[in-house]
Design a protein around this ligand. Structure first.
Ligand code: SAM
Ligand code: SF4
Length: 484
């Protein structure tokens, strides 16, 4: 951690928060979008430079449909040229929905008496992880409500159980967490347990709007405590952070610029920007109360995703199963690098794979919102999602190599180190796809998978191709977890 107090304004240390609504509105109200500027800014991003707040504001203020198309085309080109066609897959695993907060948009909020409360027992957690491994998952994000039960030691305990649960050839190789902000000591404890990314969403960066949704007498009502969570995570040595905004709570233009401001802050203070950014959109939740006027429609949402891709070109972008399959399919091309698959939000439900499969046959229309945080739009199985990705010539990847070899900030390396993707990412994606094909795929998916592997061998560095082919044979012969 290279904390630089000179460049950094952290509340309580220097006295001023780094989000200044006036500064952000000033950019929105006084930045003009012209075709020349938009094209110049797209070129700057395609040359692998991060955009400033002023440049991002130009894109945000672009309303001409042809220019918006150019922004989207820029994002597509960046994704294609820099990152290629890998999509990393993961699944969320809800550990518990007890919550002391009262966020008005969330089914888990404390005043929602209809919500059925549950926390996975250790035994249920083991069986859930086994079920996820049986599907072929290798990367999970554990999700928790905010409650004294879910303190840092408890989170570390669940992370340890997850890593230690192995079934057949299955193992979870990367455990990320989405949990309420901790203090520095707490972050040290969860780091010690070996978490990958620490993810937390600011929800809205507007201090004023934040108050509408998060009552002041709750933990989550403390805007600055949440805003500075990543600073404390960094101070505890967690340099792999995931930022997020819940779109639909406030003016999307403000939120996009505020997230760039947050990125500037992290870069200035710690020399490292966010590892990933997430952009959930509000979905129906039991008894939720929000102001519909800030809802973001599909066209605007596509534009937002494309702007993020160009503004922070080195960052991983996550699009979750909140969105329906058609939207996900479309949005991936603008630079999404990770999606969840086989998602089930009902606490404890994954484990039914092992017990009565019919209990797990709920489809989107049967989702019981009194047992879940919100409604999802994509309830396809992991197998169905992989099938679909392969049909569109994407390489589904479960790669965790960089993280396990201590190459942290791998997304940044993919972006900035010439040849990194051809040497490491593509071969590793192919090796994890090979494992999936051999261990879990149906014959039809396997056939498509081998074809995609064959088609992508040319995208592997010449010097690594022979070794890759040997390792594919070693996996077929029974070895697992091979990576470059
Ligand atoms: N309790 C932790 C917290 O608040 O940080 C964990 C977060 S919650 C289990 C994960 C995220 O789901 C929240 O940060 C929020 O952005 C999102 N979320 C909550 N209600 C939602 C809704 N109705 N639709 C879509 N996403 C929602
Ligand atoms: Fe609790 Fe998080 Fe839901 Fe708020 S968003 S009610 S803190 S689970």
């Amino acid at each position: 951690m290279r904390f630089n107090p000179e460049k950094c304004r952290i509340p309580d240390e220097i006295g001023k928060p780094f989000i200044d609504p006036e500064e952000i509105w000033d950019f929105i109200n006084n930045t003009e979008s012209t075709p020349e500027r938009v094209r110049e800014i797209i070129r700057k991003s395609l040359d692998k430079n991060r955009l400033t707040m002023e440049e991002t504001a130009v894109l945000v203020n672009t309303t001409d449909p042809d220019l918006i198309e150019e922004i989207k085309e820029g994002a597509r080109t960046l994704k294609r040229n820099v990152y290629g066609n890998r999509i990393v897959l993961f699944a969320p695993l809800y550990i518990g929905n007890h919550c002391i907060n009262n966020c008005s948009y969330c089914g888990f909020r404390s005043s929602n008496k209809e919500q059925v409360r549950a926390t996975l027992s250790d035994e249920e957690l083991v069986r859930s992880v086994e079920a996820l491994e049986d599907d072929g998952q290798k990367r999970l994000i554990l999700v928790y409500g905010e409650h004294p039960k879910y303190d840092a030691n408890y989170i570390a305990h669940t992370v340890n159980i997850t890593y230690n649960t192995k079934k057949g050839n299955g193992s979870i190789r990367r455990v990320n967490i989405n949990a309420a902000p901790l203090d520095v000591e707490g972050f040290k404890i969860v780091k010690e347990a070996g978490i990958g990314t620490y993810q937390i969403f600011q929800e809205t960066y507007s201090p004023e709007a934040y108050k509408w949704y998060h009552p002041a007498n709750t933990m989550k009502g403390k805007y600055e405590w949440r805003l500075t969570a990543m600073d404390r995570a960094q101070q505890a040595g967690i340099d792999d952070n995931g930022l997020g905004i819940l779109f639909g709570l406030y003016d999307w233009r403000f939120e996009v610029l505020a997230m760039i401001r947050h990125t500037n802050h992290l870069e200035a203070c710690f020399n490292v920007g966010p590892h990933t950014i997430s952009f959930p959109r509000i979905k129906d939740a039991s008894g939720m109360k929000i102001d519909e006027k800030y809802m973001v429609d599909d066209d605007t949402f596509e534009k937002i995703i494309a702007i993020f891709r160009l503004a922070v070109p080195y960052t991983g972008m996550i699009l979750t199963a909140r969105e329906d399959p058609e939207f996900r399919q479309k949005a991936i091309q603008y630079g999404v690098s990770q999606i969840d698959g086989g998602t089930n939000l009902q606490i404890g439900d994954y484990r039914y794979h092992h017990e009565e499969t019919e209990k797990n046959s709920d489809k989107v229309e049967d989702q019981n919102l009194h047992r879940e945080q919100f409604k999802i739009g994509d309830d396809r199985t992991l197998g169905e999602i992989i099938d679909d990705l392969l049909a569109n010539n994407y390489i589904p990847s479960f790669c965790t190599a960089c993280y396990r070899l201590g190459r942290t900030g791998e997304h940044f390396m993919e972006f900035s180190v010439p040849g990194f993707i051809k040497r490491y990412c593509t071969p590793n994606a192919i090796l994890t796809l090979t494992e999936y094909i051999v261990d879990y795929a149906t014959p039809e998916v396997a056939e498509k998978g081998w074809k995609v592997i064959e088609n992508n061998l040319e995208n592997v560095d010449d010097k690594f191709r022979d070794e890759l082919l040997k390792r594919i044979e070693r996996i077929k012969a029974g070895e697992r977890d091979l990576y470059f």
